[in-house]
Write a protein that binds this ligand. Structure first.
Ligand code: ZN
Length: 111
């Protein structure tokens, strides 16, 4: 199950891909999702607004990441470098969080 979360596989058949593209932060290309599983036809978005809840998962992931960056950097680098690291981390983790939060949301409420 953990492997299918990290690879983004369908929660039902574990074969089809959830995301069509991984996105690219440097080209500002948001990851694109398939509407249905290519293998079993499983609908990833059950209803309009289904992924609203994934925002809470994304928020939790962001808090964990930023607290980790805080404890790793705050006392060891100058203040300006700390802010660069925090805001850089926010940007770099944003697309990762987008994908992982949706995959986790599908896993948490699969049917
Ligand atoms: Zn499937």
């Amino acid at each position: 199950m953990i492997a299918s979360i990290t690879t983004g596989k369908c929660p039902k058949c574990e074969k089809g891909e959830i995301f069509a593209t991984t996105g690219n932060i440097f080209l500002v290309r948001i990851p694109k999702m398939h509407t249905h599983c290519s293998e079993c036809g499983y609908a990833f978005e059950k209803e309009p607004g289904y992924f609203l809840g994934a925002m809470y998962v994304s928020y939790a992931l962001t808090v964990i990441e930023m607290l980790t960056l805080f404890f790793l950097t705050f006392w060891f680098v100058p203040l300006w470098a700390f802010f660069v690291i925090i805001f850089g981390g926010l940007l770099l983790f944003s697309f990762f969080n987008y994908r992982v939060s949706r995959i986790l949301w599908i896993r948490l409420f699969p049917y």
